[in-house]
Design a protein around this ligand. Sequence first.
Ligand SMILES: Cc1ncc(COP(=O)(O)O)c(C=O)c1O
Length: 424
Amino acid sequence: MKRRTFLKSAAAAGAAAVMPAGLLGLGSACTSNNSGAAAAAAWDFDEVIDRAGTWSIKQRRATDGKLAMWIADMDFRTDPYVSRALRERLDRDVMGYTYGPDEFFDAIVGWERKMHGFDVPREWVEYAPGVITSLCQSYLTFTQPGDRIVVQPPVYDPFKGYAQRLGREVVDNPLIYRDGRYEMDFEGLDRLYDKRVKALVLCNPHNPVGIIWPKETLARLADWCAAHEVIVFSDEIHADLALYGRRHTPFCSVSDTAARIGIEFCAPTKAFNLAGITGTAYAIIPDPAKRQRFHDTLSNAKLREASIPTLVATIAAYTHDTDWLEALKRYLEGNIDRTVAVLDGSRGIRAIRPEASFLVWLDCRALGLPQQELMDLFNEKAGVVVNNGAGYGPGGEGFIRLNVGCPRSILEEALKRIQDALRA
Ligand SMILES: Cc1ncc(COP(=O)(O)O)c(C=O)c1O
């Protein structure tokens, strides 16, 4: 196997090291005398990292030599610049109550403009204590028990699970799957609508099917929701991992209508592999009345206090050059290409190439196996722990979600095991 290594050039690393902290957006809180250590900054996505002893949820299921390819974090180190910023901040040994500084909000505004071409006024941004926590708080704020919330399965299952736990009724508007492509079902929305429908959860990009929704689709969705007085909660956590030259479109950027009815939830946690720093997210809420209500809910629940790691990691991730992120995306594209090359067509499996992120959606229906047997084929026979497609709701039966955010050697081993299991 050809080994591919992405090593940050010493020159580029050195440039980062000598850049003034202000330019890097770290501010004085993160500067230290030993910032020259960054000269050693390098990355190698081929490196197999031992996660033992790190309390990894992903690894906990991978007993007896199984490979963990399920929950959505990656088996890579984070961007060295982020690690360095965290280390330097911890080295100051100051852990007292901390406010969200201007640098945090400026970093987000700058990132949205740079990455997504979205000019977000500073006042639209609210700190958010994690995407799903904030979504739950939004369910509580903008809907009442018994109200209906629309989700578009197959989709990230906590959208539905938490809405139900909070006493809301969830209505499925399944995506249309045609010729290996997914589309939104607008006629389905017309059919399901009644006055109890108050909100819709959008997954943009869509986990698990990997779509970056086209601007026209988002604008049409905004028009439909506005006409029916339905608020849109847009989960954009995978946005920074747009692949193959594609660009993500933030929901609130597509039209004035979308900005009026939409709330976006975003975070650096997927792209920079920071999921263990929980509570690291932010909301973009253009409409002042909605923003005030969200703000008040979080204040009343004492959920508006970002932790030091959250603030430092977000600022660091969003305010320096994107070399690491770009290299990561090329590596993920390589992993996805390899997965599609090996599995697509294998005994009728169809591998759906994601447009964003590191999750490959495998259509295994041609194998003709009941879902439990399909899961056993991957989890037990192959020893590759995957996510059960059926868990994502209607349309997920017969599918598997495979996380390819791992070193190439691990991926190759997983693909070999899956092929062997398919042949046996
Ligand atoms: C679409 C989506 N939203 C939210 C999350 C979790 O976000 P958080 O940890 O900020 O609650 C995930 C994690 O996999 C996800 O895929």
